[in-house]
Design a protein around this ligand. Structure first.
Ligand code: NDP
Length: 237
């Protein structure tokens, strides 16, 4: 178990799913954890009750509010930009505003949050963005805009790794494949279809993603930076 005792950690989008698992993992490791959420107040309060992590209502689509929240946390040792949305369907009929909102949450928010966090982050700090295997490939129709957002964060991670490398701050992207959450439930209507692309045909558990985040954030992750860490059950094999 990596020791995060006393580490100042912020998880964007921590009320449910992968983000909540990451909050649990860092809290279990002794971190001083805060997380943001947008709509799921009850889930956020329950997670606070369970982990003692601090819940902060901040919509990642509101750039200035997000920057203010990151700034308010002081010198963060770890930032995890997890909040994300998924809009899928025929690009000829999808609402333009829904696509732009997804780009705001999945791309603009991680960028501005990462830059704001880096202002006060100590040497050896960690910035982790939750991307997707769809940053590398899009094996079915309807996901062009989502894939756009997950490819965009790859470029950001590479660039910021260069920008902050002189302070030994690492910047990494975790790229999950199908992971059991509200976004992609293991028993949902799309579940079998999703598993058909995987070498190991089960949904990934959120705690499996959280363990990878803990490794990257821990002392053994010091020389991993500017990298995409895929955990997809062989979806891309
Ligand atoms: P869920 O929909 O289960 O949870 C999303 C989390 O993000 C919630 O805590 C939600 O909070 C938060 N969130 C969403 N929009 C906002 C916003 N505007 N501001 C603040 N918080 C927000 O999704 P997952 O846990 O499955 O996904 C987490 C990340 O992992 C996303 O970036 C997603 O793209 C990525 N991913 C997921 C995969 C999967 O198969 N599940 C596969 C590959 C990548 P609230 O409910 O309070 O709004």
């Amino acid at each position: 178990m990596d020791d995060f005792t006393g580490k100042n950690i912020l998880v964007l989008g921590g009320s449910r799913g992968i983000g909540a698992a990451i909050v649990r993992r860092f809290a279990k490791g002794g971190g001083k954890v805060a997380f943001t959420y947008a709509g799921s107040k009850d889930a956020a309060e329950a997670l606070t009750g369970e982990t003692r992590a601090e819940a902060i209502r901040t919509d990642s689509a509101d750039r200035d509010a997000l920057i203010a929240t990151v700034a308010s946390r002081g010198a963060l040792d770890v930032l995890v930009a997890n909040a994300g949305t998924l809009v899928m369907g025929d690009p000829l009929t999808l609402e333009a505003d829904a696509i732009d909102h997804m780009i705001d949450v999945n791309v603009r928010a991680p960028y501005h949050a990462a830059v704001e966090a880096a202002r006060k982050m100590p040497d050896n700090g960690r910035i982790i963005v939750i991307g997707s295997v769809n940053g590398d490939f899009m094996p079915f129709p309807g996901g062009a805009a989502y894939a756009l957002t997950k490819s965009a964060v790859q470029g950001m991670v590479r660039g910021l790794a260069r920008d902050f490398g002189d302070r030994a701050i690492t910047v990494n992207c975790i790229q999950p494949g199908p992971t059991d959450s509200d976004m992609n439930p293991a028993n949902g209507p799309m579940a079998e279809f999703m598993r058909s692309f995987m070498a190991i045909k089960r949904h990934i558990r959120t705690d499996e993603i959280a363990e990878l985040a803990a490794y990257i954030a821990g002392p053994h992750g010091a020389m991993m930076t500017g990298a995409m860490h895929t955990i997809d059950g062989g979806m891309g094999a």
